[in-house]
Design a protein around this ligand. Structure first.
Ligand code: FES
Length: 214
């Protein structure tokens, strides 16, 4: 969908005090796909909080920006994010919503992946050529960008995007700081305050939307 088409979806007349959004903005599949490709595939998206991965091996699975992800801490303590899609035939690898796991085993054909995403085992691997997977083709696919601000972790599906800190600079970063401070002072679980991150994401989205409609 072209920028020209987008401009027809919003009618702004400041002098008359008019701001109207066409109803089809919320119903049209083309608008939805354009939002995904022009916003959600490019911007930083909140995936989770460090407190959700307190222990080595901790994981959660959740959809982010239209993709199902595994957000986890591996055995060495590193936080990671992978597409929850098997590199073999695309089946969902982990079907649990949260837990502890040293490995993830795909239920379709039994490929086994470590918490670091590396392929660990393939049933019947003698049928494959020697060295199969040594180039990483059989590993879980890591999200192109994973970065943190404070204890808040974000992913981006565009490898070439600006660093998270630069992206959040200004209002969005201040909002996160504002929600982090009361967690430390009150002792209330950070993940509760993490709901405030939605505000930061909304601000970021509105900024992106502003670019579309300018
Ligand atoms: S689709 Fe996962 S092992 Fe085949």
């Amino acid at each position: 969908m072209s920028d020209t088409s987008f401009s027809r979806l919003v009618h702004v007349d400041r002098d008359a005090g008019v701001f109207r959004v066409a109803r089809r903005s919320f119903l049209d599949d083309a608008v939805f796909e354009a939002e995904r490709s022009q916003i959600f595939d490019r911007c930083w998206l909140y995936v989770g909080h460090s407190s959700e991965l307190a222990k080595k091996g901790a994981f959660v699975t959740r959809p982010v920006g239209g993709r199902n992800l595994i957000f986890n801490r591996d055995g060495a303590g590193s936080v990671r994010a992978f597409l929850n899609s098997c590199p073999h035939r695309g089946s969902t690898v982990c079907r649990d919503r949260a837990g502890l796991a040293k490995n993830f085993t795909c239920s379709y054909h039994g490929w086994v992946f470590g918490a670091d995403g590396k392929m660990r085992d393939i049933p019947g691997k003698e049928a494959y050529v020697e060295g199969f997977g040594s180039d990483g083709c059989a590993d879980l696919v890591a999200v192109p960008r994973l970065e943190q601000y404070r204890d808040f972790w974000f992913v981006c599906f565009d490898a070439g995007t600006v660093p998270l800190v630069e992206y959040l600079a200004g209002v969005a970063g201040m909002v996160i700081d504002a929600f982090r401070w009361p967690a430390e002072v009150t002792g209330i679980a950070p993940e509760i305050w993490a709901a405030g991150v939605a505000c930061a994401i909304l601000i970021a989205l509105w900024r992106a939307l502003g670019g579309l409609f300018d």
